[in-house]
Design a protein around this ligand. Structure first.
Ligand SMILES: *Cc1c(COP(=O)(O)O)cnc(C)c1O
Length: 365
């Protein structure tokens, strides 16, 4: 293994180095078939084997029950913001819990297809808290309730999925898990649909995973494009149209890597270890750096922070880059810094970041 810089990008994001080596070795000739994966028919036996293996592995990793279908789609997280209401809303009511930029976008997009309303919001706190589940204003006849379980930009994460049935709500829960999928288990009893763009914690941009309960398939609005009708995608094993074949192949390698490392439980253990290391330092550095997220809402994946003296931002980023710590600049809507520490980020990368932050604070404090 070479010594690569540590890449803290929020997405597209760092991948396990061993996966990149495998992909490089397979580039011209996958398993002796004479073709690279990008050059194969999606209907040939080679690619079907890659696809089936990827699907079976992710099903095993997340313990996905048999009554959920796994779809490999295109369109990304923002695509699903339209595809979900076109498939699930039946033109009726949609309740969205707004906890940051991504759920805000989901609400706006759903309003184009359904009577979508904000059921709760953390906007008053500047998206630094999670609204108490008991305070959510859920409408009795809602077709579904949408949450973003990890807000990539604001760094707010649900530590457990809400139990809507306990609130007397029968509507299925739709979860945008794009930026923390496979870093923790999913309580399938509590959800109807989970979607995740691949480019944060799964693989290359261009693949979107959708886990959808059987009974929610087959109700698309007439305006729904055929290629985005979950029924067409499900019936055709994600091959109604050409799927993003190369991205599915890389995702499959990442799934194998997670299994070899010890599965989702091990990813979660590491995520707790890495995020605890970083938050401890942010809470205990004498105020040179601050993180403003409520402690029970802090994301294990995306850690926004600020330098108390923002005039040092450019020096901080330049120094980090020189140390091989890349892409730490915060999202433009929030400012400051953000360290995204997904599954593929080793503990050593987070330790190197904390060491650098300590050193920088000593030099400039
Ligand atoms: C990145 C992201 C998206 C958007 O994904 P695109 O592939 O750019 O459409 C949506 N939701 C969350 C939580 C994300 O992190």
């Amino acid at each position: 293994m070479t010594l690569r810089p540590y890449n803290f990008s929020a997405g597209p994001a760092t991948l396990p180095e061993s996966v990149l080596h495998t992909a490089a070795a397979d580039m011209l000739d996958w398993h002796g078939c004479g073709m690279g994966v990008m050059e194969m028919s999606h209907r040939g036996k080679e690619f079907i084997a890659i696809y089936e293996q990827a699907e079976a592995t992710v099903r095993e990793l997340l313990a996905v029950p048999a009554h959920f279908r796994i779809l490999f789609m295109q369109g990304g997280g923002l695509g699903e913001n339209a595809i979900v209401p076109m498939n699930l809303s039946r033109g009726g009511l949609v309740d969205v819990v707004v906890t940051g930029s991504w759920s805000q976008k989901s609400l706006k997009e759903a309003q184009r297809y359904a009577d979508a309303a904000c059921a709760a919001s953390n906007e008053a706190s500047g998206h630094t808290t999670l609204p108490a589940v008991a305070s959510w204003q859920l409408r009795r006849d809602a077709a579904y309730v949408h949450i973003c379980s990890n807000e990539t930009i604001h760094g707010v994460e649900f530590q457990t999925l809400p139990d809507l049935k306990a609130l007397g709500c029968e509507a299925p829960l739709v979860v945008d898990a794009s930026s923390h999928i496979l870093s923790r288990s999913i309580d399938w009893d509590r959800v109807g649909l989970v979607f995740a763009g691949a480019q944060k914690n799964i693989g290359p941009a261009g693949v979107t995973l959708v886990f959808v309960r059987d009974d929610l398939i087959g109700h698309a609005l007439p305006i729904c494009p055929s290629a985005f009708d979950y029924k067409n995608v499900a019936v055709n094993g994600s091959m109604y149209n050409t799927p993003p074949t190369y991205g599915i192949y890389i995702a499959g390698l990442v799934f194998e890597w997670i299994r070899e490392q010890g599965g989702v439980a091990e990813m979660e253990r590491r995520a707790i270890e890495k995020s605890t290391l970083l938050y401890r330092y942010l809470d205990d550095n004498g105020g040179f750096y601050v993180n403003r997220i409520a402690s029970d809402a802090r994301s294990r994946m995306n850690v926004p922070f600020f330098l108390a003296d923002e005039s040092l931002n450019e020096a901080f980023l330049a120094g980090a880059k020189a140390q091989g710590l890349l892409q730490l600049k915060g999202h433009k809507s929030v400012g400051g810094m953000r360290a995204s520490i997904y599954n593929a980020m080793p503990l050593a990368g987070v330790q190197a970041l904390v060491n650098y932050m300590q050193d920088f604070a000593h030099r400039h404090g």
